[in-house]
Design a protein around this ligand. Structure first.
Ligand SMILES: N[C@@H](CCC(=O)N[C@@H](CS)C(=O)NCC(=O)O)C(=O)O
Length: 216
């Protein structure tokens, strides 16, 4: 098997890097990590732009093959490292897989989440907590996330489906924007998100010692 490399941010706080990192870790294969300092624009070099095409992180290199976009990376990992030899990142059942893709896409691109993402940035999760309460728009955005999670999860679910999938990891990350900043989150959603946060693949990212933050 050709070696894998994950190119990610040096502050270890990108939600997209988190998803790709957890995906690779869950596959149980060795992989190298290359950190790019986004505040120094290390992702803007011509070499990285040519390889990644998007110039954004994360990207993976598998042998000579390069791929960016965390959602595409997850799908590629499941294709190239399939079950049963490797853990599946997306559910096996067709409808559950489709739902998991919906969840990943909504978390990545919904405009509903934009105010929350701005006011509860990942800097507030891994560096300094938010100093101001959520604005009206931020609160609406938080309510939308909570409604979304509530509609998908029952009161006692540890997972979205029968067992863990990468959508659990992504949804828990989004909920932790609120949890870590002490914004209200219903108890069962908090418990659900904390289960995902304790997963060894997630903890390896979360507990990683981080360099001092430089704003950019
Ligand atoms: N849709 C992309 C988003 C990737 C993304 O926006 N990455 C940010 C860091 S969180 C980035 O590379 N920013 C640097 C830049 O845009 O110059 C994915 O899912 O991978």
């Amino acid at each position: 098997m050709a070696p894998f490399r994950l190119v990610m941010d040096s502050f270890w706080f990108s939600p997209y890097s988190f998803s790709a990192f957890v995906g690779l870790t869950e596959k149980g294969i060795p992989f190298e990590i290359q950190e790019l300092a986004l505040h120094k624009q290390e992702n803007k070099t011509i070499e990285y732009r040519k390889s990644s095409i998007t110039g954004r992180i994360p990207a993976i290199q598998h042998g000579e093959f390069w791929l960016a976009e965390s959602g595409a990376i997850i799908e590629y990992l499941d294709d190239v490292l399939p079950t049963p030899s490797y853990k599946s990142l997306l559910p096996q059942k067709l409808e559950e897989k489709a739902k998991a893709r919906m969840i990943l896409a909504w978390i990545r691109s919904s405009r509903d989440l934009m105010p929350l993402i701005t006011e509860r940035s990942t800097e507030t999760m891994f560096y300094e907590r938010a100093k101001s309460p959520l604005s009206e728009a931020g609160q609406k955005s938080a309510e939308k996330l909570i409604e979304f999670a509530n509609l998908l999860l029952s009161e006692s679910s540890d997972f979205l489906f029968d067992s863990w999938c990468i959508a659990d990891t992504d949804l828990a990350f989004a909920l932790h924007r609120l949890i870590l900043n002490h914004d209200p989150v219903p108890r069962h959603l908090k418990q659900y998100a904390e289960v995902q946060w304790q997963r060894p693949s997630a903890k390896a990212f979360i507990d990683r010692p981080r360099p001092d933050y430089v704003s950019y």
